[in-house]
Write a protein that binds this ligand. Structure first.
Ligand code: HSE
Length: 459
């Protein structure tokens, strides 16, 4: 049975007693999920119990958790914990429990999670979630439900782990017209790319390591195929540009097909390969795209390694500002979950609906929202790696590319130990469709294999 928690952090009691007042009621949390992020949230709330209570002005306590396997969950939490926390097999029961003030949804997925969040909001709970997939697909609906019930839907943990980037865009940079947001938003892919470059690991081995470290999604294709980064980008773009969350319009390419020789070719010309998520104004339109891209080695984004995330924001008043930190893992993500909980604990009882708009403020009527620029119209420099081993081939390649409208700025021969000789070329910025056509023609006419990577144009 559900039982009222008994633990109260000592400092708060002491402060209240000294002031002759009663202890403010704890903020009571019902949590769905006890995986990596759920366990991290539990651990941070326990370890930092006193300081969290002091900052929040009251205790923050988990009172119920919905889990798939209660025996396993009990083992993870320990006996003592279970005197104060009810474990349930029914997420809906936890989401709507009368003694729960806030639902923390850290189970993931878009199907059932949507129903739990809706039920919790309708039952008058605030919701904190780390579920970017849910918000990228149903964020608009859920934000409306939250507003209709005068409750908060908080999701700092959904984007870039420990980096407070939602708060940054929505609050700290609210004075700015944002021109671009460029991020390394998926820790797993970045970890894989880093290990492929530094340790010479193959893709599968690096992915297995990332899974072991708890970075990867339940379905790791979300990580390596760019979908997770696109979920996050659509949330950042909504907050940055005041547009609707538009996951379906994000152009997505992942890192699955990247070869070690691609990374080596980029390095030959002084670039690192990163899975970049870019949201950028282009006239009246915006670019929304996730794909592997070359970043100059001197640039801050090139030095974001391992599971670290990095986000570069250009505001018209702030200028460029760069944020980086752990983008995945138990406690870094829990850091953001618990920060949202502290914000909610601080809301006065009489103003539970007083907070910032869930997805930033819509700055355009829907029919005047910026159009998303198709990838075919995006302009970037290109790196081409051409399987060429003679001067003749080099000359005919450059001639063919220039005939197709590409301007070759640099070229270099590459003789990697484990790959055939290749000609590496850097072009001037060019419209994507033109570059794609030129490569197709070159392959068909000259019979050479060409690899193409976009180079990030630095703002
Ligand atoms: N799978 C995600 C990542 C977890 O690798 O970044 C954090 O959202």
């Amino acid at each position: 049975m559900y039982s009222e928690p008994r633990l109260r952090p000592a400092p708060l009691n002491a402060i209240a007693q000294a002031a002759g007042t009663t202890t403010p009621p704890a903020l009571r949390i019902g949590m769905i999920g006890l995986g990596t992020v759920g366990m991290g949230t539990w651990t941070v709330l326990k370890r930092n119990q006193s300081l969290i209570a002091a900052r929040a002005g009251r205790a923050v306590e988990i009172v119920a958790i919905a889990v798939r396997d209660r025996v396993r969950a009990a083992e993870k939490l320990g006996d003592l914990a279970l005197q104060n926390v009810e474990l349930s097999g029914d997420p809906h029961y936890v989401a709507t429990h009368p003694d729960v003030d806030v639902l923390v949804e850290v189970a993931g997925g878009t199907g059932p999670a949507r129903g739990w969040v809706q039920a919790a909001l309708a039952a008058g709970k605030h919701v904190v979630t780390a579920n970017k997939a849910l918000l990228a697909v149903h964020g608009e609906d859920l934000a409306e439900t939250a507003a209709a019930h005068g409750r908060q839907l908080a999701y700092e943990a959904a984007v870039a782990g420990s980096i407070p980037i939602i708060k940054t865009l929505r609050e700290a940079l609210a004075a700015n017209r944002i021109d671009s947001v460029t991020g390394i938003l998926n820790g797993t892919s970045n970890y894989i790319l880093t290990r492929m470059r530094d340790a010479g690991l193959g893709f599968a081995q690096a992915l297995a390591e990332a899974q072991q470290l708890g970075y990867a999604e339940a379905d790791p294709s979300f990580d390596v195929d760019g979908i997770d980064a696109a979920h996050k980008l659509s949330l950042l773009a909504a907050n940055a540009f005041g547009m609707a969350v538009d996951f379906d319009s994000v152009h997505i390419e992942g890192i699955r097909d990247l070869q070690r020789a691609d990374i080596a070719a980029a390095a030959e010309l002084g670039y690192a390969v990163k899975l970049l998520a870019t949201a950028r104004r282009q006239g009246a339109a915006v670019e929304l795209r996730v794909h592997p891209a070359l970043v100059p080695e001197r640039h801050a984004l090139a030095h974001v390694d391992g599971a670290t995330n990095g986000v570069l924001v250009h505001g018209d008043a702030s200028g460029p500002a760069f944020y980086s930190g752990a983008g995945a893992g138990a406690e870094p993500t829990a850091s953001a979950v618990v920060a949202d909980l502290i914000d909610l604990a601080r809301l006065p009882a009489s103003h539970q609906d007083r907070s910032v708009p869930t997805l930033g403020t819509r700055l355009h009527a829907d029919d005047a929202a910026p159009a998303v620029l198709p990838i075919s119209e995006v302009v970037t420099p290109q790196l081409l790696r051409v399987a060429c081993d003679t001067g003749l081939c080099e000359a005919s390649t450059v001639r063919a590319l220039e005939k197709s409208g590409l301007q070759v700025l640099r070229r270099k021969w590459m003789h990697a130990e484990d790959a055939a000789p290749a000609l590496v070329l850097l072009t001037a910025p060019v419209v994507d469709s033109l570059a794609a056509n030129a490569v197709q023609r070159l392959q068909a006419r000259n019979g050479v294999i060409v690899r193409r990577l976009r180079v990030h144009s630095l703002d």
